[in-house]
Design a protein around this ligand. Structure first.
Ligand SMILES: Cc1cc2nc3c(=O)[nH]c(=O)nc-3n(C[C@H](O)[C@H](O)[C@H](O)COP(=O)(O)OP(=O)(O)OC[C@H]3O[C@@H](n4cnc5c(N)ncnc54)[C@H](O)[C@@H]3O)c2cc1C
Length: 385
């Protein structure tokens, strides 16, 4: 059985970012995915847009701002051809939104422009290409659908066919291998790409985002030479199922199927065209492609990072955790060398490179992870229920 120091499951932006940082310290890294290319699920559906989070100061906004600074520099330094840092115009939805804007503390420079506020930090990423480039120096195995993991003699064994010392789960909305306390709420979404005669100079965001697609010329049409990307819609899976004619079970596989049925796909396309037109006059759009995927959100919206806790063993050792008694986190029993990076929600391209660098530092150098992103907070909340 082939043995690796590190195996990463999931070749979306989370898994590819982890693979990138691990490849700098080990020659024995394998990235596996059930599909046949990188970025096949949420990461392929994403725009992908890097934009600041606006609002009152709080720890989530702080995390997003730190990640946005880190990731923008990271993409520019490593993959300059796959990022356009042309700024984003944030347009308030209504008058009360505009008034609120003036009360916010902004983490990034901006200037008033047209009917909104222009933030030069805003960028657009070529999502699939970035995932490909991140994993260039890493061995990959596609069409590998992880069905079973077990721990035996200090090794993690995957599907009885691969072996590793360290296993990192980056499986997005598929939570099959995560314990119950790391619950993920999938939020389905769609984005469309359209041909247009309009050339946009920067990105826009109001109720949705409008941007020039990174592959910004469409060779076959002289009248409409540009590609415009409009995204994205948001649906909880259950909501989507109800609006779908097919009576399908709410599993992850059904996202794609649901999107292909007439109801979901067309409704969302219409909605995006309306919202897009409310931002920029886009009369001549011709939809040429729709993308759909499931964003993986945690129950408190913060990402999920760290070494996974063995909930049964920890509760056996500390039953009084259920009553809220404090126990030092370093006394919890962990599944040895089993790690996770998930729950990046609707901001995977902003958060993942930063979180992956932190996770790899934790795995390799035992550097502490910030408590707001650690698995521990979710375990402690779950235990008290
Ligand atoms: C329409 C839409 C627009 C978006 N726009 C933006 C945006 O503008 N900016 C932004 O930052 N974010 C955006 N997002 C969010 C972003 O796409 C996600 O945050 C990000 O892609 C999540 O990455 P991930 O690697 O965690 O998950 P995924 O990309 O879903 O990757 C998980 C991978 O795990 C694999 N996998 C799962 N289970 C198994 C298994 N058992 N065996 C093997 N492989 C497995 C899957 O095949 C998949 O490739 C958008 C999302 C959507 C849906």
């Amino acid at each position: 059985m082939k043995t690796y120091d590190y195996i990463i499951v999931g070749a979306g932006i989370a898994g590819c970012s982890v693979a990138h940082f691990l490849s700098k310290i080990s020659n024995s890294v394998l990235l596996v995915d059930r599909n046949d290319v990188v970025a096949s699920e949420a990461s392929g559906a994403a725009g992908a847009f890097l934009s600041p989070l606006l609002g009152k100061p709080n720890s989530f906004k702080e995390l997003v701002s730190t990640s946005l600074n880190f990731s923008t520099d990271f993409y520019k330094d490593n993959f300059p051809d796959d990022i356009i840092n042309n700024g984003v115009l944030r347009i308030p939805k209504n008058q009360s939104d505009r008034q609120k804007f003036n009360t916010y503390e902004h983490d990034f420079d901006f200037e008033p422009k047209d009917d909104g506020f222009f933030f030069p930090i805003g960028s657009l990423i070529n999502s699939s290409q970035v995932c490909l480039n991140l994993s260039t120096n890493v061995e990959k195995l596609f069409n590998f659908n992880l069905k079973m993991i077990k721990y035996d003699s200090n090794f993690w064994i995957l599907n009885d066919s691969l072996k590793c010392n360290n296993l990192i789960l980056c499986t997005g909305a598929n939570t099959q291998f995560l314990p119950k306390y790391l619950a993920i709420r999938p939020v389905w979404g769609q984005r469309i790409v359209c041909k247009s005669s309009i050339n946009l100079m920067h990105n826009f965001h109001k109720e949705c985002s409008v941007s020039l697609s990174l592959k910004n010329t469409y060779d076959n049409d002289e009248n409409k030479p540009y590609l415009i990307s409009i995204g994205a819609t948001h649906h909880r899976l259950v909501e989507k199922k109800e609006s779908c004619q097919d009576n399908i079970e709410p599993t992850i596989a059904s996202f794609v199927k649901c999107n292909n049925c007439d109801t979901g796909c067309i409704e969302d396309t219409k909605k995006l065209l309306l919202l897009g037109n409310d931002i920029v006059k886009l009369d001549d759009l011709e939809v040429i492609k729709t993308y759909a995927g499931a964003r993986a959100s945690s129950i408190d919206y913060f990402p999920i990072v760290g070494e996974i806790i063995d909930e049964a063993k920890t509760l056996e050792d500390f039953p009084y955790l259920k009553n809220g008694t404090h126990v030092q986190e370093d006394r919890f029993t962990r599944y040895k060398n089993l790690f996770v990076l998930n729950g990046v929600g609707g901001r995977g391209f902003v958060l993942a490179p930063y979180l992956a660098s932190k996770l790899v530092d934790f795995i390799v150098n035992q550097q502490q992870l910030p408590s707001s992103i650690k698995v521990d907070r979710l375990f402690k909340k779950w235990v008290k229920k």
